[in-house]
Ligand binder design. Structure first.
Ligand SMILES: Cc1cc2nc3c(=O)[nH]c(=O)nc-3n(C[C@H](O)[C@H](O)[C@H](O)COP(=O)(O)OP(=O)(O)OC[C@H]3O[C@@H](n4cnc5c(N)ncnc54)[C@H](O)[C@@H]3O)c2cc1C
Length: 450
C-alpha cells in the first residue's frame, strides 16, 4: 500500500513539494488541499486584459536559480522574458531616478558627502560575503552608524517603515544585507535585470498543475483545513468539512495559521508559542488598467510619510503594453499590520484615497481614463526578521508525528520569494522521502531541517 500524503497549501512551496513527491519511486498517494479558489498562493493570478496577472507584483531575479531551472524543466524556457528595471524615489515633492551609481551621485535630497558615503556603504555591503556579523544588530542602528542621520532620514527610514510599519526598528541588518545581495546579484552593466513569464506566473503554476494531474495527484481548491491532529495509530487527521486521514501531512501555510489548527495539548504549548512568535504583516495591492502612460520608471518607492502606499509599479514599463491589449497596468502597494484600517476600509473608499495620492505623484493622472481597477488584500504577506530570529526558526519536522511545516518564515537570512518557496518545497519533499524510507511517522527527531 502506498503511503497517503496530504499537502496543505497550493502556493509554490506546496506545489514544488507535490511535484517532487509525485516523481518518487515508489510514488506515494498525494492529495493537495488549497483553501483559496486557485493555485499559486501569494503569487496567484487572475484574468486581466486577455492574459493573467499576479494579484501582487511578482518578478524573478537572475539569481533565482531554482525557479528558473524549474521553469526550463517544465518547458517554459521560451516563455521567460528578461528585462532591465528602473527605480525612482518620490519624496512627496519630486521624482528622483535611483537606478544607477550616477543617479545616486545626482540625488539632490542628500548633500553630496552623504551621497558618496551612501554609495560606499552599498559597495561595502555588496562585497561583504558573510551576514553573521550583522545578525545581532538592527538595520536601523547599523545604517545610522554607517551612513549617517541624513541618509537615514531620506533613504533608509522611509524604506524600512514602508516595508515593516511599526516594526521597522526591529529588523535585523542580516535581512537587509541579504536583500541587497539578491538584488545586486541581478545587476548587469549597473542595472537590475528582472525576469517575468509570458502569460504571467500563471504559466508556471499551470505547468506544475498539469504535471501533478498527469501524475495522478488529487488537487482540491476551495478546501480550507480547519484542524490537524494525529491519531494513536499514527495517522494524521484533517478537517476540511469532512474528516480525512493520511499517513503524513505537509503544511505550507503561515506559522500563525498552523498554530491555530493544532490540538490544544499542553505538550504542544511551547511549540505553539514558537510558531506564534513570528510577527506577520499584511499587504494591500491595487491594480489599475488605463490607456494613460504615467512616468517612465518601472518601480517607484514613495518616501513620503503622508502617502497611503509605499510603492508604485509600472508593470507594463517592463513587459510592454502588447500583452495587455495595449493598456498600461500599474500596481500600487503597501505593507501594513494585520489590524490596519486597510483591511476594513471598503474598496471604493480605499481607491478614492489612493488615487487621490497618485494624482499628486502624476498630476496628469486622469481617473476618467481608468478601466479595470482591483483591490487585493493579503493577511500574511511578510514576516518581521528581528535580531536573533534565526535561533527561533522551527524545523520542517514538527512535534506531531508525520506532520511537517514549511513556509516562508523559515527562510533566513534571505527575504521570502517564489524561488525560495520552490527550493524549500523540494527540500521538504526530500526530507519526507528520506523519512519514509527509514521508518514510520514519528520515529525521527524533530531538529533537522533538510
Ligand atoms: C506584495 C508581495 C510581493 C512579492 N513579490 C515577489 C517577487 O517579486 N518575487 C518573488 O519571487 N516573490 C515575491 N513575493 C513573495 C512570494 O509571493 C512568496 O514568497 C511565495 O509565493 C510563498 O509561497 P508559499 O507557497 O510558501 O506561500 P503562499 O504563497 O502563502 O501559499 C500558502 C498557501 O497555503 C494556503 N493555506 C493556508 N492555510 C491553509 C489552510 N488552513 N487550508 C488550506 N490551505 C491553506 C493559502 O491559501 C496559500 O495558497 C511577494 C509577496 C508579496 C506579498
Amino acid at each position: 500500500m502506498p503511503e497517503k500524503i496530504v499537502i496543505v497549501g497550493g502556493g509554490f512551496t506546496g506545489l514544488a513539494a507535490a511535484l517532487a513527491l509525485a516523481r518518487a519511486d515508489p510514488r506515494p498517494e498525494i492529495t493537495l488541499l488549497e483553501a483559496g479558489a486557485g493555485l499559486g498562493g501569494l503569487a496567484g493570478g487572475f484574468p486581466l486584459c486577455g492574459t493573467f496577472l499576479e494579484k501582487s507584483y511578482h518578478y524573478l531575479l537572475l539569481g533565482d536559480t531554482e525557479a528558473l531551472a524549474l521553469a526550463r524543466e517544465l518547458g517554459l524556457g521560451d516563455q521567460l522574458i528578461y528585462r532591465t528595471g528602473s527605480v525612482a524615489i518620490y519624496d512627496g515633492t519630486a521624482m528622483h531616478p535611483f537606478t544607477t551609481a550616477l543617479d545616486l551621485l545626482r540625488f539632490r535630497p542628500l548633500p553630496l558627502p552623504d551621497r558618496l558615503r551612501l554609495g560606499l556603504v552599498m559597495l561595502r555591503l555588496q562585497l561583504m560575503r558573510d551576514w553573521r556579523p550583522l545578525a545581532g544588530e538592527t538595520a536601523q542602528a547599523w545604517l545610522n552608524r554607517a551612513c549617517g542621520p541624513r541618509a537615514m532620514a531620506v533613504v533608509w527610514n522611509p524604506l524600512l517603515r514602508g516595508k515593516f510599519d511599526r516594526h521597522w526598528d526591529r529588523v535585523s541588518m542580516a535581512w537587509l544585507w541579504a536583500r541587497i545581495h539578491t538584488r545586486a546579484n541581478s545587476r548587469q552593466g549597473g542595472r537590475e535585470r528582472l525576469v517575468y513569464f509570458r502569460g504571467g506566473f500563471a504559466a508556471l503554476v499551470d505547468a506544475m498543475q498539469k504535471k501533478l494531474l498527469d501524475a495522478g495527484v488529487t488537487l482540491r481548491t476551495g478546501s480550507p483545513v480547519a484542524r490537524i491532529e494525529t491519531a494513536p495509530e499514527r495517522r494524521v487527521r484533517l478537517q476540511t468539512g469532512e474528516a480525512l486521514a493520511f499517513d503524513r501531512c505537509l503544511f505550507t501555510g503561515p506559522s500563525d495559521v498552523f498554530a491555530r489548527l493544532l490540538p490544544e495539548e499542553p505538550a504542544l504549548a511551547a511549540y505553539r508559542r514558537q510558531l506564534g512568535s513570528v510577527t506577520y504583516l499584511g499587504a494591500i495591492c491595487v491594480i489599475l488598467v488605463t490607456d494613460q502612460a504615467l512616468g517612465r520608471h518601472h518601480w517607484t518607492n514613495i518616501h513620503d510619510p503622508q502617502a497611503p502606499f509605499l510603492v508604485m509599479i509600472d508593470h507594463t514599463a517592463l513587459t510592454g503594453t502588447d500583452p495587455y491589449q495595449g493598456k498600461h497596468v500599474y500596481y500600487l502597494g503597501c505593507y501594513c499590520p494585520q489590524d490596519s484600517r486597510w483591511f476594513s476600509t471598503d474598496d471604493a473608499a480605499l481607491l478614492d484615497e489612493w488615487l487621490g495620492y497618485l494624482g499628486r505623484i502624476h498630476p496628469a493622472f486622469d481617473r476618467s481614463r481608468l478601466g479595470e481597477r482591483h483591490v487585493f488584500r493579503f493577511r500574511n504577506a511578510q514576516h518581521v526578521v528581528d535580531c536573533g530570529y534565526e535561533a527561533n526558526i522551527p524545523s520542517f519536522r514538527t512535534p506531531l508525528a508525520g506532520v511537517y511545516l514549511a513556509n516562508f518564515s523559515q527562510i533566513f537570512p534571505y527575504d521570502r520569494g517564489t524561488n525560495f518557496a520552490i527550493r524549500d518545497g523540494l527540500r521538504l519533499a526530500r526530507l519526507v522521502l528520506d523519512d519514509m524510507a527509514t521508518g514510520p511517522p514519528g520515529t525521527h527527531p524533530t531538529a533537522e531541517r533538510s
